[in-house]
Design a protein around this ligand. Structure first.
Ligand code: SAH
Ligand code: SF4
Length: 393
């Protein structure tokens, strides 16, 4: 069947929009070698100059934090222009920024349309301040006490998207060029949204970039990766990243841990503890952190504190008791303060110093396990409104 076009009514502009320019490739998630390769492939740099140019660019990106090739004053003008034709250093968009009374800062970052993650800066944690970064959008693991686990949308973040979280925090803290001393952002914890060991390739690449001495230069000993217990990846995490390990334990027997952390069905406690004991580089100077969320009447009895001490025997360990952070719709309550103190006292007597983690940023819902992208929350609340009967009070 033929189609007749009435060209007389055609608009002055061309009917079809000109082909959209392909998106510029972002250089911030590349390793040094990949960066050199990308410059050569784009014919911006001659192969014999690639390594040198990549080093220059690396310093501008990761030490000075620049987002514009024009600022790279020791790179020839024509080269800068050619770089800007093909590549970008742009940060993802910060959709929302919140600052708590206690100095905690939270950014909602839009990586792509509909792909949003939260990143939290907590002052006075670690040496000076810790950044809690996300490794995935959402999480597939559905721990029953965790808000992130209820988020439907899940995708791995790229190395560039993980590095971007650190860069955005640095932008906001005005901490460029990367200082060697007196840093506000001194530590990184992978305790935001997602299970880092389900995205190990990108997490490891991001850590290589963040820890590089000529860039952001945060030492691997000040980077902690928290996992709910993906046992087969523990060794790879240790050998590839040499970072500190944190384990979300939360229970001392399989029956309860299966309820709280369903992944325990796949990797039960005996396997988990064996994997932890074998973690590369473990020593008294490099202890494993065990996270234990305090849930009222669920896992907070003195008997469980004693069982915890038994379970950790012989492992160089620190314990972090996390008061449960309630979120709308959660089925748990936080243990009473007295109960937490009694639990902590048992751990103290066994030689574990001050294990209670002070809640931070509560007023902006920035605490562990509360992270969930705002758009997702809004979508959920809109759904609830739609579902609600019209005459509901
Ligand atoms: N997926 C990884 C890292 C992100 S969760 C993991 O599970 O380890 C970071 C920490 O926050 C984990 O110890 C997790 O168990 C804890 N957490 C999750 N929800 C919480 C909540 N509502 N209150 C307190 N801690 C929570
Ligand atoms: Fe995922 Fe960690 Fe939350 Fe469990 S606690 S659902 S593993 S983010």
């Amino acid at each position: 069947m033929g189609v007749t076009l009435d060209l007389s009514r055609a608009p002055a502009q061309p009917l079809a929009p000109p082909l959209a320019k392909p998106a510029l490739a972002n250089l911030t998630g590349l390793s040094r070698t990949e960066l050199a390769q990308a410059l050569v492939e784009a014919e911006v740099v001659r192969p014999d100059k690639a390594k040198m140019r990549a080093s220059q660019l690396w310093r501008w990106m990761h030490h000075y934090g620049v987002t514009d090739f024009a600022q790279m004053t020791d790179v020839a003008k024509e080269t800068r222009a050619a770089l800007a034709e093909t590549f970008t250093l742009a940060r993802p968009e910060v959709v929302e920024r919140q600052v708590s009374k206690d100095g905690t800062r939270k950014w909602l970052i839009r990586m792509a349309p509909g792909i949003e993650v939260e990143t939290v800066y907590i002052p006075d944690v670690g040496r000076a301040g810790a950044l809690c970064v996300s490794s995935q959008v959402g999480c597939t693991l559905n721990c029953t006490f965790c808000h992130t686990g209820t988020q439907a949308l899940v995708r791995n973040l790229t190395a560039a998207e993980i590095v971007a979280q650190v860069q955005i925090a640095r932008d906001d803290l005005e901490e460029w060029p990367s200082p060697k001393e007196d840093r506000r952002l001194s530590n990184i914890v992978f305790m935001g949204m997602g299970e880092p060991l389900y995205n190990l390739d990108h997490v490891a690449q991001a850590i290589d970039i963040i820890a590089d001495n000529e860039g952001i230069a945060i030492s691997r000993r000040r980077i902690t990766v928290s996992t709910s217990g993906v046992v087969p990846q523990l060794e790879a995490l240790g050998t590839r990243t040499q970072t500190m390990l944190a384990i979300s334990l939360h229970a001392t027997n399989d029956e309860l841990r299966e309820k709280l952390v369903p992944l325990n069905r796949k990797y039960p406690l005996a396997e988990l503890m064996a994997g932890i004991r074998a973690y590369p580089g473990l020593s008294n100077a490099r202890r494993v952190t065990f996270e234990y969320v305090m849930l009222k009447g669920v896992n907070d009895s003195p008997a469980e504190a004693k069982a915890l001490v038994q379970l950790l025997k012989g492992i160089p360990a620190k314990i972090n008791l996390i008061p449960f952070n309630k979120w709308p719709g959660s089925e748990y309550e936080c243990s009473d303060w007295k109960t937490i103190e009694a639990f902590a006292a048992i751990l103290n007597r066994a030689g574990y110093a001050s294990p209670i983690r002070t809640p931070r940023g509560r007023d902006i819902l920035a605490a562990c396990g509360q992270l969930k992208s705002e758009s997702e929350k809004l979508r959920a609340s809109a759904r609830r409104k739609l579902d609600a009967p019209q005459d509901a009070p």
